[in-house]
Design a protein around this ligand. Structure first.
Ligand SMILES: *Cc1c(COP(=O)(O)O)cnc(C)c1O
Length: 520
C-alpha cells in the first residue's frame, strides 16, 4: 500500500495538520537571512527593556522575598507560550527584571561582581547570534584565532616567555580545576616513571596541595574532584597581612617530603576573595621549585592588575608560575562568563587532550589544523573571548586598568574612614578593593561584646538586603562574623559608600535598641 503524501495526511488528520503549521511558523524564529530583520527588532526590544530598567532603578535591589518570586515563576504555564516577544518581556519584568540585583548601582558593594562595559555587551550579541563553538576549526574559523591572540596577549602581560598557551574557561573555579588537573597529571607522570606504570588511583593518595588559609574554596573542591580528597589540601597559615607565610610553607613542604608524600602543587592567590591579599609570588615560586612542585597562581580577582596603570607591581613574580587563572568577568569588567587558564609551558595542555574520531582525530593534528578542544575540558564552548576582544579594540587595556585602579583607590579611602570611626572595626588594611569590618559600638560605655557583635552584624546585613537600599556581603574572621564590601564600580563615589556606612550604623543602632527594649 502506498503511504499518504504530506498533503493527504494534512487533509485527513487535523492534529497532524496543525503540527505542520506550527513547525512552519516556528521557522520564523530561526535566525537566518530571511528572519534577520525580525532578529534585530526582537533583540532591540530586549535591549530596550534592560536599558529602560537600568535607567529607572534607583537602588540595587527591591528586597523581594524568594517565596514571592518562587510563586510567580511557578505560576507560569511553560506549555502555553505567549503571543510575542513583547508579551514575554513584559512577563519577564515581573519575574526577573524588576527584582534583579543590579551590579551597576553604586550601592551594590557585596561580591566580586562588576558593572560591565558596553563593548563587551556588543560582543555578547554578536557571539551568541553567530554561535561559533570553540572546539574545532570547522565550527569556529576566525574565532579560534581571536581566542588564541587573546591567550597570547594575556600570557605576554603575565610575562611568560617561551611557548605559553592556555584556553578560555567558564570561570575561575573551572580555571583552577583545569590547572590542578594538569598539575596532578604532571605529578603522576613523574611518579609513574619510578613506579613501573602504576595505575592512577594507586598514586593519588600520596599527592598534596598547599594553599593559604585565605585561598578560594575551589582549590579544595578541585582536589576532591581530582580524586585526592578535600584533606589532600594542606592549609598554610598567613602572616599578619593575610599573605601566605613562606616560612610556614617551607615547613609544611619539608614535613610532607619527610612523610614520603608528594607536593603536587603550591597554589598562590593573587588577590584573596576576602582581603585582596597577594601572596609573595617570587618567594613561593622558589620554594615550589626547590620541592619540584607545580606553582599555580589563582589571580581570579587580582588578574585585572595585569592592565593596571599604577598597581601592576603587586603581581611581581607571577611570570614564575606554571599556571595562572585570570577571571575577566571580575576585574576586566566583562559579563559572565569569561575566564582563562594560562600555562607557562603550553605543551602541558596535552594532559587534557583526548582524540575523538568524529571531532579531533590525530590525523587532523598531524595536518596542523588548529583546534582548541585539545586544550579544554569542555567540548562545545562559547566564544567568550570576543567580549574581551571588542573591549580591547574599543576602549583599550589602559582604560580597563583605570577602572580597577579607581576601585582600589576608593577602597583605600573607605578604609581610612572606617579605621578612624570609633563604631567600626576594620579587620585588615585594604589591599585591593575589598573591606572586611564590623559594626561594634560602645554600649553603656563598654565595647559591644563579641557574641553580641556576632549576632548583630549578620542581622544588619540581612535587614539591609531586605530593604534593597544597598547590598553588602559578610564573612568570618577567626570564627567571628564581619561585614564585607567588594568595590568594583568606578562610578561609586566616597559619598556613595559613606551612605552605605551610615545605613549600616542606623540599622545596627536600630537593631540594638530593639534588643535592649526586649530585654528590658
Ligand atoms: C571568584 C574567585 C574564584 C572563583 O571564580 P569563579 O569565576 O566565581 O568560578 C576563584 N578564586 C578566587 C581568588 C576568586 O576570587
Amino acid at each position: 500500500m502506498r503511504s499518504p503524501s504530506v498533503e493527504e495526511r494534512i487533509a485527513q488528520d487535523q492534529d497532524f495538520g496543525s503540527r505542520v503549521e506550527l513547525a512552519l511558523a516556528a521557522t520564523n524564529q530561526l535566525f537566518n537571512a530571511r528572519n534577520s530583520p525580525s532578529y534585530v527588532a526582537q533583540v532591540l526590544q530586549g535591549v530596550n527593556a534592560v536599558s529602560t530598567k537600568v535607567q529607572r532603578t534607583t537602588r540595587p535591589f527591591t528586597g523581594v522575598g524568594h517565596a514571592e518570586l518562587k510563586a510567580k515563576v511557578g505560576a507560569v504555564d511553560l506549555d502555553r507560550p505567549l503571543p510575542d516577544t513583547a508579551a514575554a518581556l513584559e512577563e519577564l519584568d515581573g519575574l526577573y527584571l524588576n527584582d534583579a540585583v543590579y551590579f551597576h548601582d553604586s550601592r551594590y558593594a557585596a561580591h566580586l561582581n562588576c558593572p560591565v562595559v558596553i563593548p563587551a555587551l556588543v560582543g555578547e550579541a554578536v557571539l551568541s547570534a553567530v554561535n561559533s563553538s570553540l572546539d574545532t576549526w570547522d565550527q569556529s574559523a576566525g574565532a579560534t584565532m581571536i581566542e588564541r591572540r587573546l591567550i597570547d596577549w594575556t600570557a605576554g602581560r603575565i610575562g611568560f616567555t617561551g611557548e605559553p598557551d592556555g584556553v578560555f574557561t567558564s570561570g575561575g573555579s573551572q580555571s583552577n580545576f583545569q590547572a590542578l588537573l594538569i598539575a596532578r597529571n604532571h605529578a603522576v607522570a613523574k611518579l609513574r616513571t619510578g613506579n613501573g606504570g602504576a595505575r592512577l588511583p594507586q598514586l593519588l593518595d600520596r599527592l598534596r596541595v598547599f594553599t593559604s588559609v585565605d585561598s578560594h574554596f575551589s582549590i579544595q573542591k578541585s582536589a576532591s574532584m581530582l580524586g585526592l580528597g578535600f584533606d589532600a589540601v594542606i592549609p598554610v597559615p598567613t602572616a599578619q597581612d593575610r599573605r601566605m607565610d613562606p616560612a610556614a610553607l617551607a615547613a609544611a613542604l619539608a614535613e610532607t617530603r619527610d612523610a614520603g608524600l608528594v607536593p603536587m602543587a603550591v597554589v598562590a592567590t593573587a588577590g584573596t576573595t576576602d582581603f585582596g591579599s597577594v601572596d609573595p609570588l617570587a618567594e613561593l615560586a622558589a620554594l615550589a621549585r626547590a620541592y619540584d612542585s607545580w606553582l599555580h597562581v589563582d589571580a581570579a580577582y587580582g588578574g585585572g592588575l595585569l592592565v593596571s596603570n599604577r598597581y601592576r607591581h603587586l603581581l611581581d613574580g607571577i611570570h614564575l608560575a606554571d599556571s595562572v587563572t585570570v577571571d575577566f568577568h571580575k576585574t576586566f569588567f566583562q559579563p559572565v562568563s569569561s575566564s582563562a587558564v594560562l600555562l607557562r609551558n603550553g605543551s602541558a595542555l596535552r594532559h587534557v587532550t583526548y582524540h575523538a574520531d568524529y571531532l579531533n582525530p590525530e590525523s587532523a593534528a598531524k595536518a596542523d589544523i588548529p583546534n582548541q578542544v585539545d586544550k579544554s575540558i569542555q567540548t562545545t564552548r562559547r566564544f567568550d573571548a570576543l567580549k574581551l576582544w571588542l573591549t580591547l579594540r574599543t576602549m583599550g587595556a589602559d582604560a580597563i586598568g583605570a577602572l580597577f585602579d579607581e576601585a582600589i583607590d576608593l577602597a583605600a579611602r573607605v578604609g581610612s574612614l572606617l579605621a578612624g570611626d570609633g563604631e567600626f572595626e576594620l579587620a585588615a588594611t585594604p589591599q585591593l578593593s575589598t573591606l572586611v569590618f564590623r559594626y561594634r559600638p560602645l554600649v553603656d560605655g563598654a565595647l559591644l561584646d563579641e557574641d553580641a557583635a556576632d549576632s548583630l552584624n549578620p542581622a544588619i546585613r540581612a535587614a539591609i538586603f531586605a530593604s534593597g537600599e544597598a547590598v553588602i556581603a559578610g564573612t568570618k574572621v577567626a570564627g567571628r562574623h564581619y561585614l564585607k564590601f567588594t568595590l568594583l564600580n568606578a562610578e561609586a563615589s566616597l559619598g556613595d559608600i559613606q551612605e552605605i556606612i551610615e545605613l549600616i550604623r542606623r540599622t545596627g543602632a536600630g537593631l540594638l535598641a530593639d534588643t535592649t527594649e526586649v530585654a528590658a
